[in-house]
Design a protein around this ligand. Structure first.
Ligand code: SF4
Length: 349
């Protein structure tokens, strides 16, 4: 397989073959692909803020925010715009370049949209990239968010179409794909990934990545979450996933979606520094930074910075580009700078 090929026609068997590679070969291939498109020593840093917490009518089996499960989570109504801005300023001061705002909704209501779009405009005015996750969107809502300047919309596929019914019954896989289509049609970037360790099998992990990579355009951001078991949810007693299977998922996502930022996301709290570094080696190049990942704990921000420093990783800077060719030019410049580095491996040659 030529490294770094952009494809949208993966078969399940091809994906399973990647998962079945000897671990070292898989990691090496993922590194080759990664270094064609990215500076391997830079990681994008986002901060996540829950702008409306709990009381969600959906039944996602992993989620403490569902009103159906008694998880002891304190419910909060929609945060005031000024409070959101305070959080965004603190995130920026802490080094985050993207501010992600999440609301536990099936979909936003008409009355919420003016507040939501104001948040987007105000956070952007601070010089940060913006991302939101608000549930399903109509065409009009997607357009309103795009018009306000929202850069990314997050909407995860969660798992394979085959395993999906074990996890969520209140919205369909098709609903999710339709929301992703609306986000694209409105001109926003897509953040879409899934969760592993929910009792799914190898074929499901392959099926999730196949769905994401076979979208008409790869999501710009692909969060790979490790299940965080929360007491009171149906998955609270789920067995641990072998950590190497998680790293394999990151590596396969990197190979299948070479230009996407692959995000090491929920579940980082439970990972050792060594496991996180292995995820970076497998091609993860984005993290959530801050003390909270929506409602589950996230490793403390300074622990992240210490790890970056020990690994020689720099946070990726946020720049506004006029088009894709400017992004490519910047990446090529970063990569060619690193060619003098004794450890640089030019996988394009
Ligand atoms: S994952 Fe989102 S949609 Fe599902 S229950 Fe939680 S907040 Fe609601």
């Amino acid at each position: 397989m030529p490294a770094a090929e952009i494809r949208h026609d993966w078969t399940r068997q091809q994906v399973l073959d990647l998962f079945a590679m000897p671990f070292s070969d898989l990691m090496f291939t993922a590194q080759q692909v990664h270094r064609v498109h990215f500076d391997a020593n830079r990681v994008q840093v986002s901060t996540l803020c829950s702008i409306k917490t709990g009381a969600c009518p959906e039944d996602c089996a992993y989620c403490p925010q569902s009103a159906r499960y008694d998880t002891g989570l304190a419910r909060e109504t929609l945060m005031q715009v000024e409070k959101v801005l305070e959080e965004a300023r603190a995130a920026k001061a802490g080094g985050a370049t993207r501010f992600c705002m999440g609301a536990a909704w099936r979909s936003p209501k008409k009355k919420d949209m003016p507040y939501i779009t104001q948040m987007v405009r105000d956070v952007k005015a601070l010089g940060m990239e913006t991302c939101m996750t608000l549930g399903m969107l109509s065409d009009e809502q997607a357009q309103a968010l795009a018009d306000a300047g929202l850069d990314y919309y997050n909407h995860n596929l969660d798992t394979s179409p085959e395993y999906y019914g074990e996890i969520i019954t209140t919205r369909t896989y098709r609903d999710r794909l339709e929301t992703l289509g609306r986000v694209r049609a409105a001109g926003m970037k897509v953040c879409a990934g899934g969760i592993v360790g929910m009792g799914e099998g190898d074929r499901d992990r392959a099926g999730l990545l196949m769905q994401l990579a076979n979208l008409p355009e790869h999501p710009e951001s692909v969060p790979i979450n490790m299940l965080v078991r929360v007491a009171g949810t149906p998955l609270e007693k789920q067995k641990d996933l072998d950590p190497f299977e998680f790293i394999r998922c990151i590596a396969v996502a990197r190979i299948m979606m070479p230009r996407s930022h692959v995000r090491l996301s929920a579940g980082r709290e439970q990972m050792s520094d060594e496991m996180q570094s292995m995820a970076f080696l497998a091609g993860a190049n984005s993290i959530f930074y801050g003390e909270k990942l929506l409602t589950t704990a996230n490793p403390e921000a300074n622990r992240d910075m210490q790890l970056f420093s020990r690994l020689g990783i720099q946070p990726e800077e946020y720049r506004q580009y006029s088009d894709e060719s400017e992004v490519e030019a910047e990446l090529s410049a970063q990569i060619s700078e690193r060619q003098h580095d004794a450890f640089f491996y030019d996988a394009a040659k």
